[in-house]
Design a binder for this molecule. Sequence first.
Ligand code: KIV
Length: 285
Amino acid sequence: MEERKKLTIPDLLDMVARGEKITFLTAYDYPTALLEDRAGVDMILVGDSAAMCMLGHRTTLPAKMDFMIEITAAVSRAATRAFVVGDMPYMSYQPSNEIAIKNAGRFIAEGGADAVKLEGGARMAERVEAIVKAGIPVMGHIGLTPQAASLIGGLKAQGRNAQTAKQLIEDAKILEEAGAFAILLEAIPARVAEIIVKRAKIPILGIGSGPACHGQLLIVHDILGLFEAFTPKFVKRYADVASVMHKAFSDYVREVKEGKFPGPEHTYKIPQEEWELLQKLLGEG
Ligand code: KIV
């Protein structure tokens, strides 16, 4: 049996040092996390995108702490090797350092996560520093930050002009100095990401931010073809699981309607002598 050593931050740093790309996927439930872990995915993000992918909300904002903790715990139980990052939902860290530390602590103590992620650059540096000082590893997240969608002009690529690109490069440095163990870049131009990677001493993960990043993140529902609302440019679909599920559901409906399911092989039997006794007991023998 293959040894399943849980990955730690030093392991991630070693991967970066030897030029090995880090693989990163979201998961929101036990069976999916189990399959990702077995397939060798290095990091799993329990993203607040669960509000959209799992619950059908139009944004990530309705994700609640209790929901995030419950699904993070399910993912953590499955991840025997992968490093698990719990995504801090909207308003679980913005109000104050105290609230941020308390909620980050819940991800670790109740959710079994190895680290937390929060959105925002310089304006969130104080929160990052406070949580790290409390002994909890924090991943920063800049670029397209869905919790601030209305502020940044919607769910669209960021840093596409010199001024905003410079701001992102500065944000990354500030988050690193605040103690972030890694930074996630979402939907920023590849050349801007390359500068951030070159200047960083910590792992830089990317989603839609080009190949220079030390690792790549995608949303599991996107790669499986299970999220139909919209598909960003950076998504690569690796399977059409929706078709497989649709076929299974419609075959089931047809077989039940036609009386083909359940067959004798799916049905429990009562031993003949017990059947005869039952008939006597019912006065029908
Ligand atoms: O919630 C999430 O899955 C995320 C990714 C989109 C980066 O934050």
